[in-house]
Design a protein around this ligand. Structure first.
Ligand code: TRP
Length: 337
């Protein structure tokens, strides 16, 4: 049996350059590199989307997010399976079983849940529980590698814990995904990738940050995006260095440059280290971002909804077959069958 690489990207609204470079592009590169040796599952977690409000139309967003993968350069072949979560009922069914394995204590420690519920008068149970659904997404397909951004590492650890606990309690059932350190290695990074806010580089780039200049959206014109890079906050040390704690702005630019051009970060650092003119670095990164967006937007415009709708029946038939077989095994192990 081939090992499986699996990932999903929740798309409730448009993506930022940070989402693109931190999650989408690394996944596309991995898929292109490994889709001969591995099964590659790319799915849209549309059931996850409804834990919070949605900008626009959910079904359109779903098609758009699949287009994003293709526009980012995903090369389709028979080992790449694309599907929508809500079209594979086993995800929700396994999530229920795993709910009965997960504990309130561990779920309450999830950082994203804490952040999303903090200061709110009320929080829906979906926000609390969605890491369990994410575990189901992964375990149904026996995925070994789950390339995700750093903000998802804790959910991946939870997935590992639930799989091990289930296996201990009911007998060997799930493949336990690789630990996060190995995941990062597989992705070719020392750690998860976190692209920073251009104005406040101590924070992650996020679409919800107010202020146009903090973030680059994939729909920004290439020229707008280049201007935002030129205006990015740096520091007054006048010495280029990669150090996220003391020089987060400059470090962020180096990281962006490396990711866009698919070059090892170390190599880009060596090229720029010790130079004093931040303007030169910015010009280089601005040009990289400008080219990236121009290319991405041209490819995106060339893909129609119909193109995507043609891909889904194969992907969803495959997904249902694998997922239903695993769910049947689980139902049997817990005594329902
Ligand atoms: N939680 C991820 C996000 O917010 C999306 C996701 C859902 C996912 N299920 C997954 C990613 C399974 C990888 C594997 O972006």
């Amino acid at each position: 049996m081939k090992k499986t690489i699996l990932t999903g990207l929740r798309v409730n609204s448009e993506l930022t350059l940070g989402n693109y470079l931190g999650a989408l592009l690394p996944m596309v590169r991995l898929a292109n590199k490994y889709s001969k040796e591995y099964a590659v599952n790319i799915f849209v977690p549309d059931l996850h989307s409804i834990i919070s409000s949605i900008d626009g139309n959910l079904q359109e967003n779903t098609l758009r997010s699949i287009k994003y993968y293709l526009a980012a350069g995903l090369e389709l072949n028979e080992n790449i399976h694309i599907y929508r979560q809500s079209h594979v009922p086993a995800h929700a069914e396994l999530a229920w079983v795993l709910n009965c394995v997960a504990t309130m204590g561990e779920m309450s420690r999830m950082i994203q849940y804490k952040e999303k519920s903090e200061g709110k008068e009320s929080t829906n149970v979906g926000i609390f529980d969605y890491p369990v659904l994410m575990a189901a997404d992964i375990l149904l397909y026996s995925a070994s590698f789950v390339p995700v951004g750093e903000d998802q590492f804790q959910h991946l650890e939870l997935t590992r814990n639930l799989a091990e606990r289930f296996n201990n309690r009911f007998g060997e059932t799930f493949v336990v995904p690789e630990e996060t350190r190995k995941q990062a290695e597989f992705m070719g990074t020392d750690n998860g990738i976190r692209i920073r806010d251009l104005v406040n580089p101590d924070k992650k780039m996020s679409k919800s940050t107010p202020g146009e200049n903090s973030k680059i959206m994939l729909s920004d014109t290439p020229e707008q995006a280049a201007k935002k890079i030129m205006g990015a906050t740096t520091d007054s040390l006048e010495n280029i260095n990669f150090d996220l704690s003391t020089q987060p702005g400059v470090s962020n630019l180096l990281q962006i440059e490396a990711l866009i051009n698919d070059r090892p970060l170390g190599e880009v650092i060596r090229e720029w280290q010790g130079k004093t003119r931040y303007g030169d670095l910015k010009k280089q990164v601005a040009a990289s971002v400008q080219n990236l967006l121009a290319d991405f937007q041209a490819k995106y415009a060339a893909i129609s909804d119909a193109d995507i709708e043609k891909l889904l029946p194969e992907g969803e038939a495959y997904a249902n077959e694998i997922a239903n077989a695993k769910l049947a095994e689980v139902y049997q192990k817990v005594g329902l069958r």
